[in-house]
Design a protein around this ligand. Structure first.
Ligand SMILES: Nc1ncnc2c1ncn2[C@@H]1O[C@H](COP(=O)(O)OP(=O)(O)OP(=O)(O)O)[C@@H](O)[C@H]1O
Length: 515
């Protein structure tokens, strides 16, 4: 009991000293500070019942910022706002409150499972200092955690893990998301490799505003959420934590909009990869290695970015060869790929891309989604989109009534209207993209009300229906004319027998030839 009291008093005296030390440390000359620190720590280790753990800002190679430090910074920032007296402020997202972090030489306490701990922040400044208004480039900051040694187990086994986990979650919530592109700037030279540059990603699209059948939407959302929470599952089955999505459909059906909604749902960054500006496979590899976790890598219009048709055979051969390559050594495999690349003389090759999708993930770690979009799914090489590479194929199509209702709610705040019946009927009879439906629903002026917009949409749908009818008729006429010209009487006879009609008849009746 007595000992306990003495320790309590002694430890509070030492804590006071430590505090005083932390506060005055910055005013001592460097050399003196070094000596003082060394000897005071020796002395304290004899009498001090506390344990200290230091978390440095940079890893020992000084190359990378320590993930633990960043996580602690976020954790303390969020937990210390009530107790710390000096905080640093930063605006992370527009229209959102300031993000506060603990300032240097500040101390805060935290309680976990009834155990009290102390956190202090400090920094060491390089010895040779010149006077500058800017922070020293190689300032080394650190956080120090102090706790009683009787709590060693709970702190080292549970508390630190709790802080790192919580801190990472807070950092994800606070971080400003980015949209990266690798478009080469107009000023850059052709021989220069492309680099990622970024802007803040603030697209408002969400799955709620995405015009699509509810069932399909829910299924995609479920798939994405399952993936993002699947860290342990992927580790258990021994697969890289990645998922590939192929989005296909005509222009204006919402492929890009869906990618933004995906990023907003998962809180991911987007890397918009423009393949046509990538010099070769090794540059592709470099760009992809630079992508970070929690990101969506997008290759839009994949059919336009690669010479897919020309390389189809090669890919087939490659897939067949993969089996025998497994038995060969990696060096000869590499050589073969380099040879293929040299022969192709093209920029990025399909096999380069396939290699990346299959193999590179394991080198990256951290969750990544890759999305390909195309307007022409049939043009794509089956090797590129087979399951396992592109796990989920999603068709985005012309606007159906269910999708229209989402747009009517977004654009006009309408849940129902007497004109909806007519629109439902017309959408069943003609094809219009969600982009065109949305365009018609957008009020053109302050005078226009929702009825004006719905009327305009009905007119637009009727015009589209009429145009489609005309087009079909014209096609029927030209087909019949061609058959007349090519086959003469015999083929005309056959066509008739098959239920087709002559050009003259088609013109008169406006009917489709050949059923
Ligand atoms: N399904 C949709 N839901 C909501 N808005 C949509 C949808 N489809 C298109 N839009 C609207 O139309 C615009 C164009 O759509 P988007 O760029 O997403 O189409 P896309 O399929 O990616 O076209 P492209 O193939 O030409 O790139 C969007 O800005 C959005 O306002």
């Amino acid at each position: 009991m007595m000992t306990g009291e003495i320790w309590t008093q002694l430890s509070s005296a030492i804590t006071g000293l430590v505090l005083a030390w932390v506060m005055f440390e910055q005013y001592f000359p460097h050399q003196l500070r070094g000596y003082l620190e060394k000897y005071s720590q020796k002395l304290m280790s004899y009498v001090y019942p506390y344990i200290q753990i230091t978390f440095h800002e940079f890893t020992s190679e000084r190359l990378k910022r320590s993930e633990a430090f960043s996580a602690i910074q976020s954790y303390l920032g969020s937990n210390s706002t009530k107790t710390a007296k000096r905080l640093k402020a930063d605006v992370v997202r527009n229209n959102e409150p300031l993000v506060l972090t603990m300032d240097d030489y500040e101390e805060v306490t935290d309680v976990f499972d009834g155990v009290k701990v102390w956190w202090s922040s400090s920094k060491t400044v390089p010895k040779t200092q010149s006077i500058s208004f800017y922070p020293a480039a190689d300032e080394r900051r650190h956080y120090r955690l102090t706790f009683h040694k009787r709590n060693r187990d709970v702190i080292t086994k549970k508390y630190i893990e709790h802080v790192l986990k919580e801190g990472k979650l807070i950092a994800v919530k606070n971080r400003q998301r980015k949209l990266f592109t690798n478009n080469s700037s107009k000023n850059s030279y052709a021989w220069k490799s492309t680099k990622w540059s970024h802007v803040v990603f603030e697209h408002p699209a969400t799955f709620d505003t995405l015009a699509m059948e509810t069932k399909k939407k829910e299924e995609i959302k479920k798939d994405l959420t399952k993936f993002s929470k699947g860290k342990d599952y992927y580790a258990k089955i021994g697969k890289a934590w990645k998922r590939g999505y192929l989005l296909y459909g005509p222009p204006g059906t919402g492929k890009s909009t869906m990618i933004s909604a995906m990023a907003n749902l998962l809180d991911y960054d987007i890397y918009d990869l423009e393949l046509t500006t990538v010099k070769d496979n090794s540059e592709l590899r470099k760009l992809l290695i630079e992508t970070t976790g929690k990101s969506i890598i997008v290759i839009e219009d994949i059919d336009c970015s690669l010479d897919l048709t020309g390389q189809r055979k090669k890919t087939k051969e490659k897939d067949d060869d993969d089996q025998s390559d497994k038995e060969k050594d990696p060096v000869s495999k590499k050589k073969k790929e380099a040879e293929e690349e040299r022969k192709s003389g093209s920029k990025v090759t399909l096999s380069g891309l396939l290699n990346f999708i299959d193999g590179l993930w394991s080198a990256c770690g951290g969750e990544r989604i890759i999305v390909f979009t195309t307007n022409y799914v049939d043009k794509l090489d089956p090797a590129l989109i087979r399951r396992g590479r592109m796990d989920k194929h999603i068709e985005l199509s012309y606007c159906c009534f269910e999708a229209f209702k989402v747009l009517a709610k977004n654009y006009l705040e309408l849940e129902s209207h007497e004109m909806f019946g007519k629109i439902d009927e017309l959408l069943g009879e003609t094809k219009m993209t969600p982009a065109d439906v949305a365009e018609n629903l957008m009020p053109m002026s302050d005078e226009e009300d929702e009825e004006d917009c719905l009327k305009r949409l009905i007119e637009g749908l009727e015009t589209a229906k009429e145009e489609a009818r005309k087009k079909t008729k014209e096609e029927a006429v030209s087909k019949a004319e061609k058959a007349d010209k090519e086959g003469g009487e015999t083929s005309s006879q056959v066509a008739k027998e098959n239920g087709e009609i002559s050009a003259e008849e088609a013109k008169e009746n406006g009917v489709i030839a050949g059923g």
